[in-house]
Write a protein that binds this ligand. Structure first.
Ligand SMILES: Cc1cc2nc3c(=O)[nH]c(=O)nc-3n(C[C@H](O)[C@H](O)[C@H](O)COP(=O)(O)OP(=O)(O)OC[C@H]3O[C@@H](n4cnc5c(N)ncnc54)[C@H](O)[C@@H]3O)c2cc1C
Length: 507
């Protein structure tokens, strides 16, 4: 592998863009091919009524000075141009359980611990122990701490991967409400009892405790800035280029990729930002070992979501600088994913930060879990800006029914909200499937399972010698997770020590 060689990146999600930029900075000729009209994958935004709505990123952690994502974004050269708003120091997240108990998560461990102790004074000792465990688990992941090696690490101590989140907390406290409050932001990783590992909770919660931010006028600015830097380093990001296949050499390497419009891009290497299952479908099952294909296809993916986007009348709802996780069932982490009578049993509500007004919320997004199978009738239809398919009235009617249910739940959080809503828009699991191509519209890709850790680990290398993988399925999901995953992908091409040393300069 030599600088100057040509690398095609399929997909412009954060993982694809960060991989491309690191490689472009090291002299590789990169071209990113994106099927949509807009780059960024889940970083995409859309606008209605002159308001911007985020589709897949509502807040991001690890962005306080000196923290992991801050340092990586500094190294990538995008941090200084990001327009962000730090969330409420005392309540970046507010968790309300079905019994009405409401507890805030604060930024910084002191705040975080104090908020918990104020709500559960009788469990002060348990809280200290839980917070300690969260921090200890984070030390097992060197790259997360911008290191290549550490004395204790998950490779040598695989037992840290094999601990269930709910189960571990239950061993540290008898107070079930305390467990529910700590795991209340579980929709950030689609937490499930008996499945989700404790390390996932530790890495994600820790990153948000270390600086949670919203993006003013949307997270798409991250993708735009990455694209700008890729161009400055001689690379290209092309939109409306849906990769549909590849030409292979006799020895089985990819010589070029082919797009739906007939265009062809020659390459020395390919990096796929797609879910591994989609990558296999795209390049041909026969190119991969059967055991690998079977394993990838059998892996469960995280649940999909139904999103409601509310465009509000001017100056009606004061801006709230927190995210609300409201539960309507005691069965948290085991909620109903189907459209039952009680759906939705959890709502995640976030306000968009606008550059127009600081005092009022212009728009609000609400996310709920929903199983793709509820929309199975429309599985075969595709509708995006590039592929203008249609869906019949029944689809719109079902969407309206879902919206109504969510608005009814929202009334409990914001009484009178309906009168403040100018227009209500929504997206379904099929919308996500169409726009980002995750299987069944899965939010975060492959579901991590503490009982099957090795099965859910996806290597960046594949059986096709010049094909590599990146994106949320590599290390973990989220902007931080997919960014770290992209570094791992780039280490197949560039000197990892050099990159880490450069990132470490930004403290
Ligand atoms: C509803 C929702 C809310 C979320 N909230 C947050 C949050 O608040 N904070 C946070 O950190 N994370 C959040 N996430 C997770 C985060 O957005 C994702 O983990 C991350 O953006 C995934 O990045 P990725 O690199 O895997 O690529 P993706 O975003 O999955 O992008 C893949 C790209 O590949 C393109 N593509 C697919 N097929 C082809 C093809 N054949 N040819 C060319 N291009 C193709 C797609 O169009 C897409 O642009 C959320 C996700 C969802 C769905």
């Amino acid at each position: 592998m030599n600088p100057g060689q040509k690398i095609i990146v399929i997909g412009s999600g954060i993982g694809g863009l960060v991989s491309a930029l690191v490689l472009a900075k090291h002299g590789y000729k990169v071209q990113v091919l994106e099927k949509n009209h807009q780059i960024g994958g889940s970083l995409q935004v859309f606008s209605r009524d002159r308001k911007v709505f985020d589709t897949g990123v509502h807040y991001v952690g690890g962005l306080d000075k000196g923290e992991n994502l801050y340092r990586i974004f500094k190294y990538l050269g995008i941090y200084d141009d990001l327009k962000m708003k730090r969330l409420d120091e005392h309540a970046f997240d507010i968790i309300r359980l079905a019994n009405g108990k409401t507890v805030s998560h604060g930024i910084g461990y002191q705040n975080f611990t104090e908020q918990l102790k104020a709500s559960f004074p009788e469990n002060a000792g348990d809280i200290d122990q839980i917070v300690h465990e969260i921090q200890i688990y984070c030390t097992y992941f060197p790259l997360y701490n911008i290191e290549l090696e550490s004395e204790i690490n998950y490779v040598e101590h695989t037992e840290v991967l094999e601990v269930g989140a709910w189960e571990h907390l239950a061993s540290l406290t008898d107070n079930e409400d305390l467990i529910k409050v700590i795991l209340g932001s579980g929709p950030l990783y689609a937490g499930i009892k008996g499945v989700t590992p404790f390390y996932v909770v530790a890495l994600i919660l820790n990153s948000f405790i270390k600086g949670s931010y919203r993006f003013i006028n949307g997270g798409s600015q991250i993708a735009k800035l990455l694209k700008k830097k890729i161009s400055e380093n001689g690379g290209e990001v092309l939109k409306r280029k849906e990769v549909t296949g590849a030409n292979f050499s006799e020895s089985g390497t990819i010589e070029s990729v082919i797009c739906s419009d007939g265009s062809e891009f020659s390459c020395d290497f390919v990096i796929s930002n797609l879910h591994p299952k989609e990558t296999i479908n795209l390049l041909g099952r026969e190119r991969f070992k059967t055991a690998y294909t079977n394993r990838v296809n059998a892996l469960p993916n995280t649940i999909a979501s139904f999103m409601v986007y509310l465009s509000l009348h001017e100056n009606t709802l004061p801006y709230f600088n927190s995210n609300y996780y409201d539960y309507f069932t005691d069965n948290i982490w085991n909620e109903e994913f189907h459209f039952s009578e009680d759906w939705p049993q959890m709502t995640f509500t976030s306000a968009q930060v606008s550059k127009n007004t600081k005092e009022y919320a212009e728009s609000v997004s609400v996310m709920c879990y929903l199983d793709f199978n509820e929309f199975k009738t429309w599985e075969d239809s595709v509708r995006t800006i590039v592929k203008e398919g249609t869906r019949e009235e029944a689809y719109e009617a079902f969407k309206k029914a879902c919206e109504e249910r969510i608005l009814a739940r929202l009334e409990e959080r914001f009484p009178g909200i309906r009168s403040k809503v100018k227009n209500c828009y929504s997206s379904t699991p099929v919308t996500y499937r169409d726009y980002v191509s995750t299987p069944n519209g899965s939010m975060y890709g492959i579901q991590k399972d503490f009982k099957h850790t090795h099965k859910t680990q996806i290597n960046t290398k594949t059986h096709i010698p010049n094909l590599f993988l990146t994106g949320q399925n590599i290390i973990f999901h989220g902007i931080l997770g997919a960014t770290i995953g992209a570094l791992v992908t780039s280490f197949n091409f560039v000197n990892n020590k050099q990159v880490i040393e450069k990132i470490k300069m930004y403290d």
